[in-house]
Design a protein around this ligand. Structure first.
Ligand code: C5P
Length: 417
């Protein structure tokens, strides 16, 4: 079944994945996921829950995995041939996809009422989960608390994505696509092989735009996609940092292995950053709105009547300046961004002084560069001590990797700026 060549290029060659398929509509994508993993040289063994079997047939999973499919905790033959303890240990990683609200709750609280949940409690292997559920279920405080608890124990979340759902609603809760899950697994294994110079450090990263409400249905926003900030969170996590990503509303998936706090407004972003501190590293990559609407309407504004409404603006808190100016408890390294359309380095140096941060990553966001929303970036890294690096026309992931490496070097050499 392996497609010639793919397995040689993937870090998945020879890896053993135990795939637990729980009962969400997205389970129909799992035979495709198994195929994509196998063509990269992975051995995949599947456990299917009773409700998972409502959405994908055991025969389909057994056929594509070319291995025994495990379903029943009490099947004596399976228990004698392969107990749940063995099953949970004979893999390099356990992948739960789709991970329903129910299985996440069981994992968080250690419940074991079927083979899948028993394997998950018995395992000593890393666990990755690709959640899939209705948006309200995903956003429910119970699920949020379960996900946070699982992440704090090292369970990595892949996605979910935002989009239209089988139930007709819209929002975060769609399972990541099979190739996104494959990429997350590749990243996970690549990380395992890489050095982890930021192990033991906590990094807080802001990313994305903020939305400042005008009324319940309208808001002021900007074109930030969150791609650069999210890539920085991923890169810091790869170097071993524990990362809290405080993200404004974005359309991209959560980075793997990072705790994500979602906010909408600048005021909420500041509160979330303060709640996430203390940290060793603070990277302010979000495009925070400078102003909010001071007289935001409680009800939708209507046309007609006494002409157009006047918006009164109030200045938002400056998150970067606030964190930079903290006395006790200030992160050892505070990194800001400067999005400029001209005289990039000069304005950035002035901004570094004004904000009181240690480094500024300055980028040119004039429309011709396509930086906003695009996948590439050209930046100057400007340090308070006068040092400057120029990284021209690189993928945002590479800018992120270089910044994370520079941060790791800064901590290794113990320099103060
Ligand atoms: O002042 P300006 O928006 O150009 O500064 C950009 C830098 O400041 C970015 O790092 C951005 O994340 C941060 N910032 C902030 N809070 C604001 C405005 C900007 O953290 N209210």
């Amino acid at each position: 079944m392996a497609i010639q060549g793919l397995e040689n290029r993937s870090g998945l060659q020879g890896r053993r994945v135990l795939l637990i398929v729980s009962g969400g509509i997205a389970a129909y994508k799992t035979p495709e996921l198994v195929r994509r993993l196998r063509e990269r040289g992975c051995a995949v063994r599947c456990v299917l829950t009773r409700s998972g079997a409502q959405f994908v047939t055991p025969l389909a999973l057994q056929a594509v995995s070319e291995d025994t499919l495990y379903q029943d905790l009490w099947n004596l033959t399976d228990e004698s041939e392969m107990g749940h303890i063995q099953l949970s240990r004979q893999a390099d990683v356990i992948l739960v996809a789709p991970a329903t609200a129910n299985i996440l709750a069981k994992m968080a609280h250690g419940l074991t009422d079927d083979l899948a949940s028993t394997v998950l409690l018995a395992t000593d292997k890393p666990v990755l989960a690709a959640p899939a559920m209705n948006v309200r279920m995903w956003e429910h405080p119970a699920t949020r608390a379960n996900v946070a608890l699982l992440q704090s124990r090292g369970v990595r979340m892949i996605g979910p994505n935002e989009g239209a759902m089988a139930c007709g609603e819209y929002g975060p809760g769609r399972m990541s696509e099979p190739l996104e899950i494959v990429a997350a697994l590749e990243g996970f294994f690549a990380e395992g092989d890489a050095p982890r110079p930021l192990a033991g450090r906590h990094a807080v990263v802001t990313s994305g735009p903020t939305h400042e409400p005008i009324d319940p249905v309208r808001y002021i926003a900007n074109r930030s996609s969150g791609k650069q900030g999210h890539a920085i969170a991923t890169a810091l996590a790869r170097l071993g940092a524990r990362v809290t990503l405080v993200s404004g509303p974005v359309q991209i998936a959560d980075p793997v292995g990072v705790s994500v706090v979602r906010v909408e407004t600048a005021v909420q972003m500041l509160a979330a950053v303060q709640a996430a501190l203390p940290a060793d590293i603070f990277v302010a990559a979000a495009a925070v709105a400078d102003w909010r609407v001071d007289n935001a309407a409680g009800q939708k504004l209507k046309k007609g009547g006494s002409g157009s409404p006047a918006l009164a603006l109030a200045e938002n808190p400056d998150i970067l300046a606030t964190v930079s100016g903290m006395g006790q408890g200030r992160p050892a390294l505070v990194v800001g961004f400067a999005a400029e359309t001209n005289d990039v380095a000069a304005y950035a140096r002035a901004k570094l002084a004004r904000k009181g941060c240690d480094w500024i990553v300055a980028n040119d966001v004039s429309p011709a560069t396509g930086t906003f929303g695009g996948d590439r970036n050209s930046v100057h890294l400007i340090r308070r001590d006068g040092g400057e690096d120029i990284w021209a026309d690189l993928p945002k992931s590479e800018v992120a990797a270089r910044l994370a490496t520079a941060i790791a070097d800064r901590f290794e050499t113990g320099k103060t700026e």
